[in-house]
Design a protein around this ligand. Structure first.
Ligand SMILES: Cc1cc2nc3c(=O)[nH]c(=O)nc-3n(C[C@H](O)[C@H](O)[C@H](O)COP(=O)(O)OP(=O)(O)OC[C@H]3O[C@@H](n4cnc5c(N)ncnc54)[C@H](O)[C@@H]3O)c2cc1C
Length: 616
């Protein structure tokens, strides 16, 4: 070993490995709840498959507007709204900055970019320390921690630690999963490179590179590959399949997700570099086919961007204290230890990927509603101080076909990070969390997460016993709805107060507390209207569904006042709000009444508020 080798040491309460959407949300949640947290990420930019390097758009339980009530809220929504407020043109450099700012400005969080975790040290069956190499600073980091969260996608930390894991599909009988294959197998969905092409308004040549593979029309017959969108589908294709975004938005502005290659051997991770090389050959080969292989309406199209870092769909899944399976998904199961949920269809791709020329690229098992994901699916079965979040959670291949979308990964990350911080607070390990399950679930709801079947029952919330009134209300949107425990629309029920217009003095919501209390925090959940998508996306179709700027329904300028009788005790004014959840803090102030006066929204004519909470 060289004597110039630079080694540095660091120590944290919680160490999160992997800065995809799951890792970002896990690290932010952990740090926000006071745990000294590290986020170790091997790339220069954050976001994993949603990063500027890969550019997949974030989907989730709402299935791209098919189930809008199920949109993910919490930290993910906050990040997406921040992006929405400053990135009208879907610019990935701005998105990089939004993610960078979110983690870099978070107190208690240290971010190690360009730092690859390469090993770990155990004490008994617990992980004590990881080794990581930071490429940019030639530094070997030794990072100790109490709790580790594996958000690497590939379950790399778990693999090094000797955690139990699975690959491929379970056989049908193991969990009685109706759509699992009869026999277990090691098929894994493949890796993909995306691209973006733009119309230059005039003819653009494409000179075929030497490395490009040749594709025929016959080979691509089941894969949409025309700049004018002519989807060819098998006659017996399931209708739900056509509903899936990923199929219908496979277009030249967004890249072809079906340029997908699995491994030839048992280990898709070991083969990553070879697969990348072949994907490069395929992506340029498909583009050559579009440009030079007959009329595909691509005459004026030009490649603006081509990825070089393949996104990974499937590798290892860590085995946890519970393995989520297809029956849980189909039955919309509500677990006692539910901490997250999913709603995306079980989307399983054909095993040979692009080279399965006679197969549709993906098979989709759709279902109505949402299932919950138990806390136990985020805890390793045999490594007591390791949790996981992202596509590597404890689920069968069928269930993972749904949980793998990044919205679901992100809310699972927030749940895992919050749980890890609670473990630090109680000096316990992840496996002791069931004792604190109610607190964990309530904390997640307080932080604007959603858990189907659960509502605010937080005894600390002084708003729950307050008398509520408002200066005006539209029919069906009574002021009391702000304390009904559900901070979004659910099963068609509108759970918000809406004023009837906004008078020149503003509209005021009044909470008369049950008795005089010291108040130090008022939490407000506004309406960001889940019926409109807000994600960053390359897809023109998805971009056109969006409204420019901040959702107009969001309250913009407002004042929160604490009163004792008719005497004003404290006041906070908030301006230019562009977030769904707002937390307004005060020096602890004795009061018996809280008023919220809304002066303006971001465009909507009425004031919309889903929830108000008041804390000492
Ligand atoms: C082509 C393609 C299309 C898809 N389409 C969609 C879609 O439209 N919408 C959707 O929501 N989902 C989509 N998915 C699925 C989704 O992108 C993944 O399931 C999801 O990204 C998994 O999230 P994650 O946070 O677990 O992993 P990732 O997004 O992969 O993030 C993990 C991060 O950890 C880092 N990391 C890994 N190992 C280490 C290490 N040793 N040290 C430090 N850091 C490490 C990686 O660099 C990576 O950035 C698609 C996937 C692919 C491949």
């Amino acid at each position: 070993m060289s004597e110039n080798r630079k080694v540095k040491k660091a120590e944290y309460d919680v160490v999160v490995i992997g800065g995809g959407m799951a890792g970002i949300c896990a690290a932010l949640a952990s740090a926000r709840h006071g745990a000294r947290t590290a986020l170790v990420h091997d790339r220069h930019v954050l976001g994993g498959n949603a990063s500027s390097e890969i550019r997949m758009h974030i989907c989730g339980a709402s299935e791209n507007l098919a189930k809008p009530e199920l949109e993910e809220s919490g930290i993910l929504h906050e990040i997406m709204l921040d992006n929405k407020s400053r990135n009208d043109y879907f610019n990935y450099s701005i998105w990089d900055m939004v993610l960078f700012t979110a983690v870099k400005s978070q107190p208690h969080l240290t971010v190690y970019l360009s730092t690859a975790m390469e090993d770990c040290r155990m004490e008994g069956n617990e992980i004590r320390e990881i080794d990581a190499y930071q490429l940019t600073t030639e530094t070997h980091w030794q990072i100790r921690g109490n709790i580790f969260i594996d958000c690497t996608g590939n379950a790399t930390l778990g693999y090094y630690a000797g955690a139990e894991y699975r690959t491929g599909s379970e056989g049908r009988a193991e969990f009685n999963e109706p759509d699992a294959p009869e026999q277990a197998n090691n098929d894994r969905m493949g890796n993909t490179l995306l691209f973006k092409a733009v119309d230059r308004g005039h003819s653009v040549n494409f000179k075929r590179p030497k490395i490009a593979r040749h594709f025929t029309e016959e080979e691509l017959k089941y894969r949409t590959h025309s700049a004018v969108h002519e989807a060819k589908t098998k006659g017996d294709v399931d209708k739900a399949y056509l509903r899936m975004t990923s199929y219908s938005t496979s277009s030249v502005d967004y890249g072809y997700w079906w340029i997908e290659l699995p491994s030839k051997t048992e280990d898709i991770i070991d083969e990553y570099e070879e697969i990348r090389d072949e994907l490069v050959s395929c992506i340029y080969g498909v583009w050559d086919h579009l440009k030079n292989g007959g009329d595909h309406g691509a005459e004026n199209y030009d490649l603006e961007w081509v990825g070089m870092l393949p996104g990974v769909r499937e590798s290892r899944r860590l085995v946890g204290d519970y393995i989520l399976n297809e029956n849980d998904v189909l039955s919309n199961r509500v677990f006692e230890d539910a901490v997250a949920y999913g709603g995306w269809a079980m989307d399983i791709h054909t095993p040979g990927g692009l080279y399965d020329f006679d197969e549709l690229p993906s098979r989709v098992v759709s279902f109505d509603g949402a299932y919950t994901i138990p806390y136990r699916s985020y805890c390793s079965r045999n490594i007591p101080n390791m949790m996981m979040a992202g596509r590597n959670i404890s689920a069968t291949k069928m269930a993972m076909g749904s949980t793998r979308v990044m919205g679901t990964c992100a809310i699972g990350g927030q749940a895992a990070g919050t749980a890890a911080a609670l473990c630090i607070k109680y000096h316990c390990g992840p496996k002791d969390m069931p004792e604190h399950m109610n607190e964990l679930q309530q904390l997640l709801l307080k932080d604007d997460c959603y858990i189907p079947g659960y509502r605010n029952t937080d005894p600390q919330d002084l708003a729950r016993t307050a008398q509520i009134s408002a200066t005006s209300a539209r029919e069906g949107f009574t002021p009391e709805k702000v304390i009904n425990g559900v901070s979004r629309d659910e099963n068609g029920i509108r759970n918000m107060w809406s004023s009837d217009g906004i008078s020149p003095e503003g509209e005021t919501l009044t909470l008369k507390l049950a008795s005089v209390k010291k108040v130090s925090q008022v939490r407000l959940t506004f309406d960001s209207n889940f019926n409109y998508p807000i994600k960053i996306t390359l897809s023109k179709k998805r971009q056109l569904q969006q409204r420019i700027g901040v959702p107009p329904e969001l309250v913009k300028d407002y004042t929160v006042t604490l009163w004792r009788g008719e005497q004003k005790m404290a006041e906070q004014k908030v301006t230019e709000n562009d977030q769904r959840q707002n937390v307004v803090t005060f020096e602890p102030t004795e009061c018996d009444k809280v008023t919220i006066t809304i002066h303006t929204t971001n465009g909507e004519k009425d004031v919309h508020i889903y929830e108000v909470r008041v804390y000492s």
